[in-house]
Design a protein around this ligand. Sequence first.
Ligand SMILES: Cc1ncc(COP(=O)(O)O)c(C=O)c1O
Length: 374
Amino acid sequence: MIVRIPLSVPDLRGREAELLLGCVRDNWVSSAGPEVRAFETAMARLTGRAHAVATVNGTAALHLALLAAGVRAGDRVIVPDWTFAASANAITHAGATASFVDVGEADWALDPALVVETLAGDPTIRAVIAVDPLGHTADLDALEAACASYGVPLIEDAAGAIGARYRGRPSGTGGAVAIFSFNGNKTVTAGGGGMLVTDDAAMAQRVRHLSTQARLGSEYVHDMIGFNYRMTNINAALGLAQIERLDEMVAARSTIAARYDSAFADLETITPMPRPGYCDSVCWLYSVRLPDEETARALVASCDAAHIEARLFWRSLSAQAPWQDASRRLRGVSAGLSGTVVSLPSSSSLSEPDQQRVIDAITTWHESNVGAEA
Ligand SMILES: Cc1ncc(COP(=O)(O)O)c(C=O)c1O
């Protein structure tokens, strides 16, 4: 039987089982427990931020980041048109409205020049979310400068970019506040979970308070409407064990990416995802661009027939039903990426023989389909 190769799965070969067992043994399975604080401390150290607050998932962290940044009902928030829906959903959860801005052709991340144009033309913009796509960051310096000149906070959605470095500084250092996701397909997973990092003590305190039902002390007294957004100690234990192996897992994904890069270098219809010069990418999800959606779907189907999971990546959000009426500033880049970017198996545990199976499947598909037409 041929075993199916998955896209991106957890790599639990370190102390994960040991730390999880400790949670059960010591009766720390809910949202109190030593691993939550230890995971927060590890993430603050990793990013060089003064404070980290663990949350139930990345979407919750983004929701809290928006509230802590001062976003209120009726405000608008800039978000890239090409991102995971969570980035825009969190804006609606905060009572605000998404203002979609295109990404750049060179980095597939929020285009700073278009952000400036949008800020200049819309005084209702209250925050900007920069998304780090596929394991590299957005152009943080340029986006920070744009936001600073309009007095608007920048939030870095570094959901999939843990370990990346922008001009030498870690991902998660962009703007006033940044968030990470630890869902199952990320380089570092906590089963599910998120983390908000900031240097602002008051913001961290407010976020922690909001994430625990805005409860004052241990009695049932509350001073505002809060949320149940805390991470459990079980998730934190998993995340903590994973963080210990971050370098090893990033190195494995980077090796896979380098191998795919060289294997596909001569396949003219396949363009690897960008690795902008300003960033050391962690190549979270190795993805390639095809000339059109039909070709991209043919590649996915061919991989599927070879028992390999490949998947079309993000699509323009403003083109989708929930955001039909949202304002937008687009130049066709996000539309062009929609349906043409295919993600390939990238798990840090992917064995060399399985990497070769992926390479063989793609080169064979290329020879028999694209090569035949040339
Ligand atoms: C760019 C981006 N933002 C936010 C999220 C939300 O994270 P979570 O799934 O942990 O809620 C994701 C999740 O994959 C993501 O890719």
